[in-house]
Design a protein around this ligand. Structure first.
Ligand SMILES: O=C(O)[C@H]1O[C@H](OP(=O)(O)OP(=O)(O)OC[C@H]2O[C@@H](n3ccc(=O)[nH]c3=O)[C@H](O)[C@@H]2O)[C@H](O)[C@@H](O)[C@@H]1O
Length: 435
């Protein structure tokens, strides 16, 4: 009742405003006029937004992504093309020319450098987004530049740019590592996973399928596709249909998408299921990295444990072993069979686990870091949150051993020692600020 009364006494429709000689009449008129002005602005603003927005803002990039500085690349011109050609130039007999997407990323930088070292042609592509500290990506870029690898700044969803790169260089291979990584962040920004890991993958494959010659593609899948599996070690033959995170689901979708492009267009495709890769120049969003930072700063760290004090463990795999696996996958990849966008025969389709085959509990990882840093961690034991993490991972690598000659040789203690040495050099004993 009282609400009805209130409505009657205070008409909200501006035209219906009745002028009354009451002490409240002037403020009420002002109030209505203010409202009218406000809504007029909103209306005109909306018209401007929908009709006069720039073409780039009409792209299907979600707003939370545009905030993450997905700059559209400016490219072209003879000097730029010369740079692209020089970077992709093969300098060894039987060398290959590889487009490495995500080249300023952790694995991308190491793979690009290794390919360049052995005389292959390498061109990088990266959008330098700010999922984690972009200055680290810039430092990796500088490192690659010194070895002669140029990174084109652009997004894998930019099909025109990808086509242009293939017009300039007939790449024999694509090492597709650009992705939205991280298991837990998928709950915060789900669309970024769809954008990079699904739409981005499709746009790379679309361009590859139409390229002449078609390249062979090796790309990053993830151990997370094993999801809630309990049978260990994880084998490529095991089911992968109950992912625990959207991240895992997008990687699993990638494997199915790879099947389609191989089946329809004759693209040679190899997916590599990486198991928690760590090492120098690593990703600051990963536990070993931010544990190191927080131990040095004297901040507490959360160590997850499963129900009934169950151990949470990972098959941590050192970057140099992963790089060897990536190069072996490139070297054993058969040619794609299609041309002119049409399949001419059956094409190779492979998936391999690249792990270390010796899972280590997260609490042991922390103990190793404590010894290396000569500092005690402030440990907070927490229940494994239900945000995508699985309790353990453990790779069966026999397929990669047989077919790629993959043979990891770095244990966690040795690998973390190298990481910590790099970390202290790069951040200066943790005094330099890190994200
Ligand atoms: O192997 C993979 O497929 C995946 O490996 C990592 O994912 P994850 O193994 O979860 O790596 P971290 O985020 O570094 O976590 C390592 C371990 O530390 C634990 N953790 C993490 C964070 C934390 O605060 N405390 C904690 O105990 C996690 O539960 C996990 O067991 C990468 O982040 C993914 O991009 C990659 O695809």
């Amino acid at each position: 009742m009282s609400q009805m009364k209130h409505i009657d006494n205070n008409p909200s429709t501006p035209g219906k405003c009745k002028m009354e000689k009451s002490p409240y009449s002037r403020p009420r008129l002002h109030y209505s006029l203010a409202k009218l002005t406000f809504w007029s602005f909103v209306f005109i603003g909306s018209i401007f937004f929908f009709f006069f927005r720039s073409p780039s803002s009409s792209s299907p990039v979600p707003s939370d992504l545009s905030r993450r500085s997905l700059r559209t690349s400016s490219y072209g011109g003879p000097a730029w093309e010369k740079r692209v050609r020089a970077s992709a130039k093969i300098r060894s007999r039987n060398g290959i020319s590889v487009l490495v997407t995500g080249a300023a990323g952790f694995v991308g930088t190491h793979v690009s450098a290794a390919l360049k070292r052995r005389g292959d042609g390498v061109l990088g592509l990266d959008n330098f987004n700010d999922y984690y500290d972009p200055s680290l990506k810039r430092a990796r870029q500088a490192l690659l530049e010194r070895t002669g690898v140029y990174i084109v700044e652009g997004d894998i969803n930019d099909v025109a740019l990808l086509k242009k790169l293939f017009d300039i260089v007939p790449f024999t291979h694509v090492m597709h590592l650009a992705a939205q990584a991280g298991v837990r962040y998928a709950m915060e920004n789900p669309s970024s996973y769809v954008h990079s890991n699904i739409a981005g993958l499709v746009s790379v494959l679309e361009v590859c399928k139409s390229a002449n010659p078609q390249p062979a593609i090796v790309w990053a899948s993830s151990s997370s596709v094993y999801g809630l599996n309990t049978k260990v070690p994880f084998s490529e033959r095991d089911r992968t249909d109950h992912p625990a995170s959207l991240y895992a689901a997008t990687k699993k979708a990638g494997e199915e998408i790879a099947h389609t492009y191989s089946h329809i267009y004759g693209l040679s495709l190899t997916g590599l299921r990486f198991f928690t890769v760590y090492g120098p120049w690593g990703r600051p969003d990963m536990a070993y990295f931010f544990f190191t930072r927080d131990i040095l700063k004297g901040k507490s760290i959360s160590i997850f444990e499963a129900a009934n004090h169950g151990t949470v463990a990972r098959d941590f795999t050192y970057i140099d072993d992963i790089v060897k696996g990536c190069l072996a996958a490139l070297d054993t990849a058969e040619k794609s069979t299609g041309s002119g966008g049409k399949k001419k025969g059956p094409a190779q389709l492979r998936v391999y686990n690249l792990g270390n085959t010796s899972p280590v509990p997260v609490s042991n990882l922390v103990s190793i870091l404590e010894r290396l840093l000569k500092m005690k961690a402030k440990r907070l034991i927490m229940k494994l949150p239900r945000n995508g993490d699985v309790q353990f991972t453990h790779a069966n690598i026999s397929l990669a051993q047989t077919e790629l000659g993959y043979n990891p040789t770095t244990d966690l203690q040795t690998g973390l020692k190298k990481f910590v040495q790099w970390y202290l050099r790069y951040y200066g004993n943790g005094k330099k600020s890190t994200q």
